[in-house]
Design a protein around this ligand. Structure first.
Ligand code: ADP
Length: 423
């Protein structure tokens, strides 16, 4: 071969490689929202370069043993075939299927030289489409044959050298990758959509449940007050007649009605946390804790120590109050029976404050560390406990995007920690 001819071939190969690089760059940089257009464009570019008149992509369906044309580009004046080439039985193209299964290209340089092998033979399929030469390259995804790309030459006989074939293989691979990427992105989008829907439904259900709890507790309160009032009146009106035997069960009724009222108040408080928007201000925790300590009944034997200079945090004062009140109240309630101390303090971190309420009381078994934050969980059945306090605390802290946990040792004491982000 003459040098000029060799140079021409090399120069053509270089241009082919450059074209491929430019297509692959487009694939990489595209957000794949219009992948169909992208694929059609590249079919045109490669088709034109290899001087074919029609380029196309087929996918194999080995469940139904068919193959279908999914993308096509046709040069000017060439009839599109895509609509005629859907669900073609692969039995008609066994020759090229066999080649593809071996991972090889299937190449016919001159269709007119193919044997005349009946109406379902290859020649009978290609000739009516006016095809003179054809090359098809398998598309292989994860070692699995999934389809092929092909180039028809209608106007003239076309030859492909080994180097060109190699480049076409690279192109087929690129197509597999870009389609795979698109499928993965769609799957991720689909999953994200499902997740969002799930979260949305969950939050709706949560709202409904809160609303339900609120309405039910609210409606329960009226008859309860009625019972309390009636029993009270009855006791008052019949003071002279009632003996101790009468009074004990009546007082028991009143006690239980009060307990139920306390529980209902707890449920109402719990359901109110994310039900209603509340006024938010800069809350000074020094003032807040001071106010709480003034209203709490603190027995003689318990000392409360509060760290100086508690921070100011933006939020709703009465919610923050509920948090401290419940935790301090528990600290006092479960503190050392002879001489108890409850310590209240905090540490400051980069983006949040960490508070602690520490007592030296009965302590909690590690098995219960998670459970005590669940509504209605109480470890001891005393009349004054409802098992709601800590669940309210946790709900408020979670509402403000903080976390709550504890350290405790039975007989030594408990420390409840919670964080509140700086805002
Ligand atoms: P309540 O105190 O009204 O029963 P809480 O939700 O505040 O409800 O607490 C749940 C349970 O956790 C309590 O019944 C108690 O058994 C246990 N608990 C809470 N705080 C402490 C504490 N500081 N020390 C020991 N046990 C505690």
């Amino acid at each position: 071969m003459e040098q000029i001819e060799k140079d021409k071939i090399i120069e053509r190969q270089l241009r082919f490689q450059e074209l491929l690089i430019s297509i692959s760059t487009k694939y990489i940089n595209s957000d794949l929202s219009d992948i169909d257009k992208l694929i059609r464009e590249s079919l045109q570019q490669i088709g034109t370069f290899v001087e074919s008149d029609r380029s196309y992509i087929f996918s194999y369906d080995f469940k139904n043993n068919t193959t279908s044309n999914t993308y096509e580009w046709c040069a000017k004046g060439i009839e599109p075939e895509i609509d005629n080439l859907k669900d073609i039985p692969i039995g008609f193209i066994t020759q090229w299927l066999d080649a593809h299964k071996r991972g090889e290209a299937f190449f016919v340089e001159d269709v007119s030289k193919l044997p005349k092998d009946g109406e379902h033979g290859l020649r009978a399929i290609l000739e009516p489409q006016g095809i003179q030469s054809l090359i098809t390259i398998p598309k292989i995804k994860n070692n699995e044959l999934i389809g092929f790309i092909g180039f028809d030459s209608v106007k003239k006989i076309n030859k492909y050298n080994d180097n060109e074939k190699d480049i076409l293989f690279v192109f087929a691979n690129m197509l597999v990758n870009v389609i795979q990427r698109k499928e993965q992105e769609e799957r991720i989008k689909e999953q994200e959509k499902k997740k969002e829907e799930l979260l949305h439904n969950l939050s709706l259900q949560n709202e409904e449940l809160n609303e339900y709890a609120h309405v039910v507790s609210h409606d329960l309160k009226a008859p309860l007050i009625n019972i309390h009032t009636m029993v009270g009146w009855f006791m008052e009106d019949n003071k002279a007649l009632l003996t101790k035997n009468h009074l004990v069960p009546l007082k028991h009724i009143l006690f239980n009605v009060e307990k139920m009222d306390f529980l209902i108040k707890g449920i109402l408080d719990y359901s109110a946390i994310d039900r209603k928007k509340t006024e938010e201000t800069q809350v000074d925790f020094n003032i807040l804790v001071n106010e709480i300590l003034k209203t709490l009944l603190i027995p003689e034997h318990v000392t409360i120590i509060v760290q100086d200079n508690l921070p100011k945090i933006y939020g709703n004062a009465s919610r923050f109050k509920q948090v401290f009140q419940n935790l301090i109240q528990n600290g006092v309630k479960y503190s050392n029976e002879d001489k108890g101390t409850v310590n209240i303090g905090f540490t400051e971190n980069k983006d949040h404050y960490e508070f602690f309420i520490k007592d030296d009381g009965i302590g909690i078994k590690q098995d219960y560390f998670e459970r005590i934050f669940k509504i209605f969980t109480k470890l001891e059945s005393t009349s004054s406990s409802s098992g709601i306090g800590l669940s309210i605390v946790k709900k408020i802290i979670t509402y403000y995007k903080g976390t709550i946990w504890l350290e405790s040792e039975v007989g030594v004491g408990s420390t409840f920690y919670f964080t509140l982000p700086k805002r």
